[in-house]
Design a protein around this ligand. Structure first.
Ligand code: EPU
Length: 339
């Protein structure tokens, strides 16, 4: 495994922010990484694992060994009449994986098309979109315990998935390297088309009986119409989480803002509100200060128009939080990891 020094991370984060890694290497196999650990050569710095760099905000140079996950491979591990178990290496591009399953007519993750990032990073925050989260089809993952250097298997329960949450963001934070993820997909389409925008696109295309590919295509169309392509405008998708509040707090918000949209939270009396609505209503949609801005079509997405620094984006996010708190009494929580 070749280790480089003082490497620019600009092309390794979808925000396109400049920051340097003290050391940098690509992990193509677990064995190669274990050999590197055993050499003890880079034991004096922290090891930071990077997937697609699509959920980070770099605010400074990284005094660590940054390891880009590049473990590839997709394989079927088990099959029944109704289901198929498909395992992918942590470094597989998430959207490529979705397309692979769609092409094979395996159903379950088609609503998650075009989400940037890698398979290995997906369980960290239980990626989700258009009514589906990966926890719905997740079977298990394998992760290297960085202390014992033993490969451990985590089933769904062990991952403690929640809305944009998992064990790996809490008690397991910094302790594991996810090396592969296995999904249990359905051979017969089990489609989730109730999300309004999906219905609209299918209807506009005159598709009354959609298949897996149709749903994936609809999702791709919706995302392309609303979300900036990181290759063109730097961004990390939703910068904040959608806030969940108590029923009482929700009542206050509805009374004070009669047009506010909201969603029930399954298994709870709490109510979820779209952060994008608060940000838009607070006047930030399309805002730009230098090269840091708020996307004009989706206020939940902060963007780098070219040469913004991570700290400028961070400062903008703090102003947005403050303004939403003052106007609506709601605290926004950052979804992106600030480094
Ligand atoms: N809205 C506005 N103004 C905006 C944006 C949104 O008023 O500028 C309101 C509208 O009422 C809209 C509602 O918010 O109907 C929901 O908007 P949208 O469908 O775009 O979804 P979201 O709640 O803003 C979440 C995820 C996205 C995911 C979409 C679709 C989070 C933090 N974000 O966004 O995920 O693609 O739903 O399911 O939960 C990501 O995590 O990076 C991401 C893009």
């Amino acid at each position: 495994m070749k280790v480089f020094e003082h490497v620019s991370l600009k092309s390794y984060n979808t925000f396109g922010l400049e920051a340097k890694a003290r050391y940098f290497a690509e992990i193509t196999s677990l064995e190669a990484y274990l050999r590197l650990c055993e050499s003890g050569k880079y034991a004096h710095v922290p090891h930071l694992f990077l997937g697609g760099g699509s959920n980070i905000l770099l605010t400074k140079d990284i005094d660590a060994l940054v390891l880009k996950m590049d473990m590839k491979g997709i394989e079927v591990t088990q099959e029944t009449d109704s289901h198929i178990w498909v395992r992918a290496g942590a470094g597989v591009n998430w959207h490529d994986f979705v397309l692979y399953t769609v092409q094979h007519q395996w159903s379950g993750i088609e609503n998650l098309a075009l989400i940037p990032g890698t398979v290995g990073a997906a369980p960290m925050q239980n990626i989700g979109a258009y009514g589906v989260e990966i926890k719905d089809t997740f079977d298990h993952l394998e992760a290297l315990n960085l202390e014992t250097r033993i490969l451990e298997r985590f089933d769904r329960e062990a991952c403690e998935f929640g809305y944009r949450e998992s064990y790996f963001k809490h008690a397991g934070k910094g302790r594991y390297l996810i090396s592969s993820v296995c999904f249990k997909l359905a051979k017969k389409a089990e489609l989730h088309t109730s999300y309004g925008a999906i219905q609209d696109v299918l209807q506009a295309r005159g598709i009354a009986q959609p298949g897996i590919q149709d749903v994936a295509n609809a999702v791709i169309e919706i995302r392309q119409s609303k979300l900036p392509d990181p290759k063109e405008i730097g961004n990390s998708g939703s910068f904040f989480k959608n806030p969940t509040v108590s029923a009482q707090e929700a009542q206050r918000l509805h009374t004070e803002n009669p047009t506010i949209p909201s969603y029930p939270v399954v298994g709870s009396t709490d109510v979820k509100f779209p952060a994008g609505w608060f940000i838009e209503q607070a006047g930030w949609k399309g805002f730009r200060d230098g090269d840091a801005g708020v996307h004009a079509k989706q206020a939940l997405v902060l963007v780098n128009y070219g040469h913004a620094t991570g700290n400028q984006v961070l400062a903008l996010s703090e102003k947005i939080k403050q303004s939403v708190r003052t106007k609506f009494g709601v605290s926004l929580e950052t979804e992106v990891n600030i480094l």
